[in-house]
Design a binder for this molecule. Structure first.
Ligand SMILES: Cc1cc2nc3c(=O)[nH]c(=O)nc-3n(C[C@H](O)[C@H](O)[C@H](O)COP(=O)(O)O)c2cc1C
Length: 189
């Protein structure tokens, strides 16, 4: 499938919708190039400092956290609906002791601008370089959010990734056509 360059805002609504349904795939890599993939349910796309930014929230307990610290780049990949079980696997087990690309039958394809690869089976891709990172400030969070999401601590680090390349399959529109979610949307983060 040919993947053509897009404006980074072209699939904003579809990207957020898929993130709220099954999640997106965040790919990181070791210095030696070995990749890891994890599901993310929280994040957004925006314009900050006059740059296109993908904002991703990663808890310190994730293997992906160590990898972004090692190589300050990541890719975000928007999955078609048929990858739902891969999303569930990549959001449940850790790359510390699993080869998730192999287990979930996902294909590693080199990126255009950054070291971490993309997931070939996904239909939209954002390649990102970290330009800023920031830890959540527990005492600045409303109590309700602390109670709901941070009982164990493990407060997210927020990564501001400048989108240095964005591209999509030519049939991305058709494959992502909106289908209302059957049940409550996942709140995992
Ligand atoms: C739907 C869904 C969304 C998730 N969103 C996030 C997220 O935004 N940030 C995060 O740190 N973990 C999130 N997780 C949890 C990680 O994907 C999970 O802990 C994963 O096993 C970490 O893999 P790693 O240790 O290989 O990095 C999510 C899990 C699921 C199932």
């Amino acid at each position: 499938m040919t993947k053509s360059n897009i404006r980074y805002t072209r699939y904003f609504a579809e990207t957020i919708q898929r993130m709220r349904e099954d999640g997106l795939l965040l790919v990181t890599a070791h210095n030696d190039g070995k990749p890891n993939v994890m599901t993310i349910g929280w994040g957004t796309i925006g314009s900050i400092w006059g740059r296109p930014i993908f904002l991703a929230l990663v808890r310190p307990s994730r293997h992906s956290h160590s990898l972004i610290e090692e190589v300050s780049e990541f890719t975000v990949n928007v999955p078609p609906r048929e990858l739902a079980s891969a999303l569930s696997h990549c959001g449940t087990v850790s790359g510390r002791d699993h080869d998730k690309f192999g287990e979930a039958k996902l294909t590693v394809t080199p990126s255009r601008m950054v070291k971490p690869p993309i997931v070939e089976e996904c239909v939209i891709h954002y390649e990102c370089r970290v330009v800023h990172k920031n830890d959540l400030v527990p005492e600045s969070l409303t109590q309700a959010i602390r109670d709901d999401f941070y009982e164990q601590g493990d407060f997210h680090r927020v990564y501001f990734g400048e989108i240095v390349a964005a591209y999509a399959d030519e049939d991305a529109d058709i494959r992502l056509r909106h289908k209302p979610a059957a049940g409550p949307l996942p709140l995992a983060g």
